[in-house]
Design a protein around this ligand. Structure first.
Ligand SMILES: NC(=O)c1ccc[n+]([C@@H]2O[C@H](COP(=O)([O-])OP(=O)(O)OC[C@H]3O[C@@H](n4cnc5c(N)ncnc54)[C@H](OP(=O)(O)O)[C@@H]3O)[C@@H](O)[C@H]2O)c1
Length: 328
């Protein structure tokens, strides 16, 4: 029996529960491919699941993002042996060898290395969906981006700026604000030092010629939701796409009326790549942008599987910038 190392969540809890286990390497069935993982992405969704916020019963192999090389294929697979591929949003990708539905695998162009692909697939397709189909960013759109030095934040900021939009960025330190500026943010706010965050965002928007932001992209959640809502112009859109600081409690819909006929949405990438055609299009546009140098992917740290807990402590403890990777 051939085995592979996998990162297992044996019970709900903090990063300390993560355990390395040897698991049997399965053979690909019809339509499947066996992929040797070169690098895997560290994401908040792994933490939400591990803590039991998103329901998944332990024990399970964790991980929602990886890139690697196809080593074996089953009958009728959509890829061939030797293909370089990346994928996301299916559970169990944090292992040395992973069995995949070959139709979920994105081809990685020659100009993009596998670490970059692993770093960009989930957060990059999320950012792509946020600026295209969740709220279309156009020339002159004024957007609020929280945690702009983070993984999604840096990619999102670049994609907004590439579409002619203006970014009001927030982050928790001066060093992080510097990163946001280097990604093209027009205005930056240290929310750790700002008492009236909505007031500061509205002032920044005014300097950009807007009466409030057109769209607030908020992945911080509980700590920023109220200020994000209060930063919007009338008929602006609140995009709550995560809860790094905690989940937002239920709120009174009447606030959308008094706030100026506001829109609110809570998107998940899963619903924006559910159809293969859309997945392939999103992946291709993302990798084309990276290949052409229009979007730069910042890798903030690489950790061996054995040190995965450290990677999650850094992400969940606001210590990271850009993307953290696990190397099998
Ligand atoms: N909806 C989707 O499909 C989807 C897909 C991918 C990611 N997401 C969401 O996007 C958000 C960002 O994900 P990411 O992987 O790119 O993470 P990240 O932004 O690299 O890291 C999270 C950042 O949030 C900020 N933050 C503020 N308060 C925090 C707190 N109490 N605890 C931890 N962090 C806090 C920190 O930046 P500062 O120090 O600058 O405050 C921290 O660095 C997460 O909410 C994630 O769930 C959603």
């Amino acid at each position: 029996m051939t085995t592979t190392t996998a990162l297992v969540v044996p019970r709900h809890g903090g990063p300390e529960v993560l355990t390395l286990e040897e698991r049997e390497v399965p053979s690909p069935g019809p339509g499947e491919a066996l992929v040797e993982v070169a690098a895997a992405g560290v994401n908040f969704i792994d933490a939400y699941q591990r803590e039991g916020i998103y329901p998944t019963d332990p024990p399970y192999v964790q991980g929602f993002e990886a890139a690697g090389t196809v080593r074996e294929v089953g009958e009728g697979a959509a890829v061939t042996v030797g293909d370089r591929v990346a994928w996301s949003m299916t559970l169990g990708l944090h292992a040395g060898m992973v069995l995949a539905d070959s139709r979920a695998l994105l081809p990685v162009p020659d100009g993009v290395d596998l670490e970059t692909a692993a770093a960009a697939t989930l957060q990059g397709m999320t950012a792509h969906a946020l600026v295209t189909d969740v709220h279309r960013v156009e020339e002159g759109t004024v957007a609020l981006v929280h945690a702009a030095a983070g993984g999604v934040g840096q990619l999102l900021t670049q994609m907004i700026v590439n579409r002619g939009g203006h970014v009001v960025a927030t982050a928790g330190s001066h060093a992080k604000l510097e990163i946001a500026r280097s990604r093209g943010a027009a205005e930056t706010i240290d929310y750790a030092e700002t008492e009236d965050l909505a007031g500061a965002v509205r002032e920044a928007a005014e300097r950009l010629g807007a009466k409030g932001v057109d769209v607030a992209y908020d992945g911080v959640g509980k700590a920023t939701f109220d200020d994000s809502l209060a930063s919007l112009r009338p008929r602006g859109t609140m995009v709550l796409f995560g809860g790094a600081s905690g989940q937002v409690p239920p709120f009174d819909l009447q606030r959308l009326n008094s706030g100026g006929s506001l829109f609110v949405t809570r998107p998940s990438l899963a619903h924006f790549i559910a159809e293969r055609e859309e997945l392939m299009l999103r992946g291709r546009e993302l990798f084309d942008d990276i290949d052409a140098g229009r979007v730069d992917v910042a890798i903030g740290g690489r950790y061996p599987f054995a040190e995965a807990a450290e990677a999650y402590r850094a992400l969940e403890g606001r210590q990271s910038t850009g993307k953290l990777l696990l190397i099998p």
